[in-house]
Design a protein around this ligand. Structure first.
Ligand SMILES: *Cc1c(COP(=O)(O)O)cnc(C)c1O
Length: 226
């Protein structure tokens, strides 16, 4: 038992429901992802036991060390910065990669997915605040990147992901929602705009306001990372 996790999940679910009731359509679905970096698998499994069905992995090495011990009832998404040479280690284990921001990485995902006869679902990570320190494609290069990735047979774009600049979540989420809705309205071949992945421990309720359907929460569930 890990009562802190139970309490945290209760509060987060309440806040998500409250934001949904205020700002979203009644049939909108918002998934709460538990972000597992630095968290021992026992505590991750406790969160799954408490109803979490989606886990977010940041680091390939750490994931490979923990994956065999994870409760198999949860789906795994990769959310961290991903180097092309590591794609082969996760291709068969994760159902969505949130952090694709360049064609070289997408092409390697395509190559590895083809090898095992899969089509890998991906989100395009947008660097909405145009910060040097962050991953993600700038918004003015987004259309070009989406077009290039849409030509790959074993990769399927499912939506967008972002990490906003510190202190500017609301304007970042607002902009992302506009971009997401514009792309959705275009109905381009070979891409789906179904998933908008944004919102972390400090700003998930705001993200729900602006259309997020996966909030990625680490410290808010498991406590501060050491
Ligand atoms: C660590 C991380 C999170 C969760 O951050 P918290 O502030 O602990 O909720 C979400 N998304 C990504 C990409 C992360 O690396």
């Amino acid at each position: 038992m890990d009562l802190v996790i139970s309490e945290n999940l209760k509060r987060i679910r309440y806040n998500v429901e409250e934001a949904k009731a205020k700002y979203r359509k009644s049939d909108d679905n918002v998934s709460i992802m538990a972000v597992t970096k630095t968290v021992p698998y026992e505590r991750v499994n406790y969160a799954v036991h408490e109803g979490i069905t989606l886990l977010g992995e940041n680091r390939v090495q750490e994931y490979l060390e923990k994956k065999d011990f994870y409760d198999k009832n949860a789906e795994i998404h990769f959310i961290g910065h991903l180097q092309s040479n590591k794609v082969k280690y996760i291709i068969d284990n994760v159902s969505l990669i949130h952090s694709v921001d360049n064609i070289k990485l997408a092409a390697e995902i395509d190559r590895q997915a083809a090898k095992i006869g899969h089509c890998m679902n991906v989100l395009i990570e947008v660097n909405i605040g145009r910060e040097e320190s962050k991953s993600g494609v700038f918004d003015d290069n987004l259309d070009q990147l989406i077009y290039e990735i849409s030509q790959l047979k074993n990769v399927r774009i499912k939506g967008l992901m972002t990490i906003p600049p510190i202190g500017k979540s609301e304007e970042a989420f607002y902009k992302m929602q506009q971009i997401f809705n514009d792309l959705k309205a275009k109905r381009q071949d070979n891409i789906d705009m179904d998933i908008l992945s944004m919102g972390m421990s400090a700003d998930y309720a705001l993200a729900v306001k602006y259309g997020s359907n996966i909030v990625r929460i680490g410290s808010g569930i498991f406590g501060a990372r050491k």
